[in-house]
Design a protein around this ligand. Structure first.
Ligand code: GLN
Length: 196
């Protein structure tokens, strides 16, 4: 199984490392041609406006929409969550608009720019270490979206079929359980797609 990490900006090497720890091959994706060889992709944290601009410049918008339309799983972490959201509070146009969620950027305020906590995440574990850095929040979810985690009653992780989103940075710890969960999603879609 090969999992891509969009490598235009942000925490790429850390994701590759945890994908490998969870038992798959991790590939830093810099060119659209590489998308045909992967089974799923992670869009990392960083700065969503910059990632969005670079995605438009290098032709990733349409290609990533195609990849998702083929049913290949997409996991957005922090800025990556913003990049896959259908709606962004206060911004007229979102980026990939894949996942039926509305997100607020930098939603924790200045005094809590970054912090860490242990979170129970549905389907993953009761104590996943979550690192929040100028993190977004999921303000609204569509009816087809499953909430996986909340922090102080606010949604910080969710899944919609083959789409997964987390406000925090699972790659900035050495806990690979969130990546293992994503790999399981990829495994499920590969099985569904196989001839028998
Ligand atoms: N605040 C950033 C943004 O809005 C996301 C921060 C992050 O990825 N750690 O794009």
């Amino acid at each position: 199984m090969k999992i891509g990490v969009l490598a235009l900006q942000g925490a790429v090497a850390e994701h590759v490392k945890l994908i490998e720890k969870a038992g798959a091959e991790g590939i830093a994706v810099k060119k659209t041609e590489q998308l045909s060889e992967i089974d799923g992709i992670i869009i990392p944290g960083g700065e969503s406006t910059t990632i969005g601009k670079l995605m438009r410049t290098y032709g990733f918008m349409e290609e990533l929409r195609n990849l998702s339309a083929q049913g290949k799983p997409v996991f957005g972490t922090c800025a990556g969550l913003i990049v896959i959201a259908k709606d962004i509070v206060g911004q007229p146009e979102a980026h990939l608009q894949l996942m039926n969620i509305k997100v607020a950027r930098n939603a924790f305020g200045r005094q809590r720019e970054s912090f860490e906590t242990d979170l129970p995440i549905k389907g993953v574990a009761e104590d996943v270490r979550a690192v929040f850095i100028r993190a977004p929040l999921i303000e609204e979810v569509g009816p087809d979206v499953d909430v996986l985690a909340t922090y102080r009653d606010q949604i910080v992780a969710a899944r919609q079929g083959h789409l997964l989103a987390a406000s925090f940075h699972p790659e900035l710890t050495d806990d690979e359980r969130m990546h293992a969960y994503f790999l399981e999603m990829v495994r499920e879609t590969k099985q569904e797609g196989s001839p028998c």
